[in-house]
Each structure stands twice: as structure tokens, then as C-alpha cells.
Ligand binder design. Structure first.
Ligand code: CTP
Ligand SMILES: C[C@](O)(CO)[C@H](O)COP(=O)(O)O
Length: 222
């Protein structure tokens, strides 16, 4: 089994703000992107890494041992570019991960890979535990049943041939690669998500991620 990781990093991080896109901003001693890459570079089951970058960033990219390629206008297009850049024919599995999730642990990566033994796809998720409302103009308009609802995370793992075929036939963007996989009829297993595997989306998420990484220092998870 040869497993690659595709790290999608071609977004502009508009919601996070800042002078540069969020993946290039500092976080607990290095850049967000460095934390994310290190999680996969240090994982013993990941043999190849493809980093998908924005066209404005690619010329300055300097990452040893990592294939860099240019992303597209939306996340799904960037994933397709990453899949196309996988050069090693021996790769049978691929994990697709948001650069914006720098606190991913070795344990989560291992659990996604292990679940691929029994399923064409596998991804971490957390069951929704809060009540869910609908609301309009700052007023609650209803309560939704939360049973069977999950918060999806990455890395999302797949059989390489199956996800490549699924993306080739998928039109337009998608919430994530699980949506693309399921549209193509693939079975996707849910593995335990991790509250600490947050996606840096808004400015306050940098502090939260830094606290998680600081708390882990000297207590390696996974
Ligand atoms: N055209 C795109 C859009 C998004 N992404 C990646 O998809 C992940 C999840 O997207 P999100 O958190 O929405 O990141 P951004 O698109 O950068 O954020 P924003 O929507 O706030 O601009 C990120 O790692 C982002 O870099 C990508 O590779 N290519
Ligand atoms: C793929 C994803 O991380 C799953 O939770 C998420 O959908 C991507 O982020 P976005 O904010 O929806 O673009």
C-alpha cells in the first residue's frame, strides 16, 4: 500500500484576513503551511506529498521533497490539479487535506488510512452535539433534528483510482471530496474526528490553533 497526501493550499483565506493568505501567516513558531506539511512529512505511511498552490504563490514555493502544482478557481478544481500531479504509479491511496487544518494529528491520519482497508473512502467527522436552529433576522424560527448529522473534517482518504474517476466526472465545486465520492457511488466510512483538528477560517482561529499546538508541545499526540 502506497499512500499519498494532497494538501490543498490554493485558497486566498479571505475570511481569515491578514496581509497574506492564512496558510502563509505565522502560527506557533512557523507558518500555518509548515505545521500542516510536517504532520504528513513525519507520518510513516505517507510516501508522496503534492502541494496545491495559488498561481500567485507557486513561483516562490520552495519545499524539499514535495511536488508543487497550481490550483484552480475553487477547491474541487484544486483537488483535481493535485490528483493530476500525482506522478508515482505505485500510489494506490490518497488523502486530501486542507492546508488550513494545521493541528491534524498522526492518529487521525492513521485512522483514515486504516479505514480504507474496508471502504473506498474514509473521513473524520464529529457528531453534532448542540441544538440546531434556523433563524431569520436574528430571531429563531425553528429547531432542526440533529440526529445523524456530523461536522466533516479532513484528511479525507480514498482509493486513488476511484477518487480520480469521481473527480473527472464531477461538474463544478463541492463542499468536500466526500461529496464528490458519494456522487460517484463510493462508500465512505466515518472515523472519529478531533475537536482540535479545526479549520482556520476566521481571525480568532489562529489563537485557538496556537493554544492547541502549545498544549501539545512535549506531549505528542498519535
Ligand atoms: N480555489 C481553492 C479554494 C480553496 N482551497 C483550499 O481549500 C481549503 C478549504 O478552504 P477554505 O477554508 O474555504 O479556504 P480559503 O478558500 O482560503 O478561505 P476563504 O473562503 O475564507 O477565502 C483551504 O486549505 C484552501 O487553501 C484551494 O486549494 N483552492
Ligand atoms: C473540506 C472541509 O474542510 C470539510 O469540513 C470544508 O468543507 C472546506 O471549507 P469551506 O469553508 O467549506 O470552504
Amino acid at each position: 500500500m502506497t499512500c499519498a497526501a494532497i494538501i490543498v493550499a490554493a485558497g486566498r483565506g479571505v475570511r481569515a484576513g491578514g496581509p497574506v493568505a492564512k496558510q502563509w501567516q505565522p502560527l506557533y513558531g512557523k507558518r500555518v503551511i509548515d505545521h500542516t506539511l510536517d504532520a504528513f512529512l513525519s507520518h510513516p505511511q505517507i510516501t508522496d506529498i503534492v502541494l496545491v498552490l495559488h498561481q500567485d504563490d507557486i513561483a516562490d514555493a520552495d519545499f524539499d521533497g514535495i511536488t508543487c502544482t497550481t490550483g484552480g478557481a475553487d477547491r474541487a478544481a484544486s483537488v483535481r490539479a493535485g490528483l493530476a500531479a500525482l506522478a508515482n504509479p505505485a500510489i494506490t491511496r490518497v488523502l486530501i487535506h486542507d492546508v488550513a487544518r494545521p493541528c491534524v494529528t498522526a492518529r487521525t491520519i492513521s485512522e483514515v488510512i486504516a479505514a480504507l482497508d474496508g471502504s473506498a473512502g474514509a473521513a473524520p467527522a464529529l457528531p453534532v452535539t448542540d441544538a440546531l436552529w434556523t433563524g431569520v433576522n436574528g430571531r429563531v424560527t425553528g429547531t432542526q433534528d440533529r440526529s445523524g448529522l456530523y461536522r466533516a473534517q479532513t484528511p479525507q482518504g480514498f482509493d486513488r483510482a476511484a477518487i480520480t474517476a469521481a473527480h473527472a466526472t464531477h461538474a463544478g465545486n463541492a463542499a468536500d471530496d466526500v461529496e464528490v465520492a458519494r456522487a460517484a457511488g463510493l462508500d465512505v466510512a466515518i472515523v472519529a474526528g478531533d475537536e482540535d483538528n479545526l479549520k482556520i477560517t476566521h481571525p480568532a482561529d489562529f489563537d485557538r490553533a496556537a493554544r492547541i499546538l502549545k498544549g501539545r508541545n512535549g506531549h505528542q499526540t498519535g
